[in-house]
Ligand binder design. Structure first.
Ligand code: NAD
Length: 388
């Protein structure tokens, strides 16, 4: 259980690029990083607009001289300080992630980067090699993975509670962009522009989330080949898709399926994963994150609740409030930011932590690889492609 006591010697001096006023995801980065005092926000280049960014940073109690007009100035000027930043989180639109992550690693900073890490597997592998060379941690915010019941699912599968795994059914299919909302929303506009969003919209924006949940639950599964069909129901979004179906064959004979969509009219998040084994199935839905549905063939379905002693001990480690009280996405992100801090602290001491998973640079690479393979299949007529 977490009581908020320190688990590293000193808070990590931390900055943000992006995540400024009006940005969708910046606040949860700050809430998660600051919750357990593992990080201290000391600097930032928070906004594409330097004046607004400075005003915003000062309003976050950041020293005005450390609210920088852009990330390049920040990395250069911070490097001159004795109390310089040690880590940076990047919460900017997709098209900037590669260059900012690369610059941060070259400045010997630990990084937390938003997904997708970049646009191509080649770029992603370049970042992975650079992070290794510099011995720096790169975390990628597949935030839902920090929910306790995802760990419970991982343990149940590892312990054989489901039998042999046959089917993995995933979806992140919301309805918020059923119409051309990008005409009025800046935050949606860049998502349908290939120059800023990259080679996909919903595959990278939402589909990679349940994909990473499957990687946590099924760490030994490898995709052999996949087939993807993608559509632009709002025509002006072409060539980027607002809906996609992907079928994947794993090397152990199991099969997976991902529905990625933003035109699932009426649905809120529509984000879930169901893992079907030879004896039983489990299902987790991000709109009810405190519960995991466990269905044993021939028996009444059970609902496992977060924080209860019948869960595996590994799932109880990150409990913050005890069973019955609802925990949610903010707690899940905080759990991941704690792991980022532990990994960064260990790297600074020349150690690596065994037995602690978190969405690391490899998870970032795999997300980019999956999108690339999906797009290759879809754009060749929704054909099977060997997974590269
Ligand atoms: P947004 O458009 O709402 O906000 C982007 C912010 O970045 C703004 O404050 C903008 O001023 C700033 N910015 C843009 N370019 C910048 C630059 N070069 N330097 C400094 N600041 C800059 O976008 P968003 O919805 O918050 O998405 C940002 C990233 O987060 C995207 O990559 C997106 O895919 C990702 N995201 C992830 C999740 C998740 O669950 N992990 C959820 C939403 C968004």
């Amino acid at each position: 259980m977490i009581f908020g006591e320190r688990n590293i010697e000193k808070p990590i001096r931390w900055a943000m690029v992006g995540g400024g006023r009006g940005g969708q995801i910046g606040y949860i980065h700050r809430s998660a990083a600051l919750r357990d005092n593992n990080f201290q926000l000391v600097a930032g280049a928070f906004d594409i607009d330097p004046v607004r960014g400075k005003d915003f940073g000062v309003n976050l109690h950041v020293d005005s001289e450390r609210c920088y007009p852009d990330y390049k100035t920040m990395f250069a000027e911070e490097a001159e300080r004795e109390d310089s930043i040690q880590a940076v989180s990047i919460a900017t639109p997709n098209g900037t992630h590669f260059e900012i992550t690369k610059a941060a690693l070259n400045a010997s900073l630990h990084v937390v980067c938003e997904k997708p890490l970049c646009f191509t597997t080649e770029e992603a592998e370049e970042l992975e090699a650079l992070a290794k060379e510099k011995n720096r941690v790169v975390g990628v915010t597949y935030g839902y993975a920090g929910h306790q019941m995802i760990e419970q699912a991982r343990q149940m599968i590892a312990n054989g509670d489901l039998g042999e795994i046959r089917i993995v059914k995933m979806q992140f299919a919301h309805g918020f962009h059923s119409e051309a909302v990008e005409e009025k929303s800046a935050s949606t506009k860049w998502r349908v522009d290939p120059k800023v969003a990259g080679p996909s919209y919903v595959l990278g924006d939402v589909g990679t989330h349940p994909l990473f949940l499957s990687e946590v639950m099924l760490p030994n599964f490898r995709i052999n080949r996949l087939m993807c069909s993608r559509q632009s129901f709002v025509k002006s979004r072409a060539p980027l898709e607002d809906n996609a179906f992907t079928i994947m064959e794993y090397d152990n004979g199991a099969i997976g399926y991902v529905w990625s969509s933003c035109v699932n009219a009426g649905a809120m998040h529509g984000h879930s994963i169901r893992v079907v084994g030879s004896k039983a199935s489990i299902e987790w839905d991000d709109e009810r994150p405190n519960q995991l549905r466990y269905e044993v063939q021939g028996k009444p379905a059970q609902i496992l609740d977060r924080g209860m002693d019948y869960n595996y001990p590994e799932a109880l480690v990150n409990d913050r409030i005890g069973a019955g009280h609802a925990e949610g996405l903010f707690e899940a992100w905080s759990n991941l930011y704690t792991r980022f801090a532990l990994a960064m602290d260990a790297a600074d001491r020349g150690e690596t932590l065994e037995n602690m998973w978190y969405p690391d640079i490899h998870a970032g690479v795999e997300g980019v690889r999956w999108v690339e393979n999906c797009v290759r299949s879809a754009d060749n007529g929704a054909v099977w492609v060997d997974y590269k």
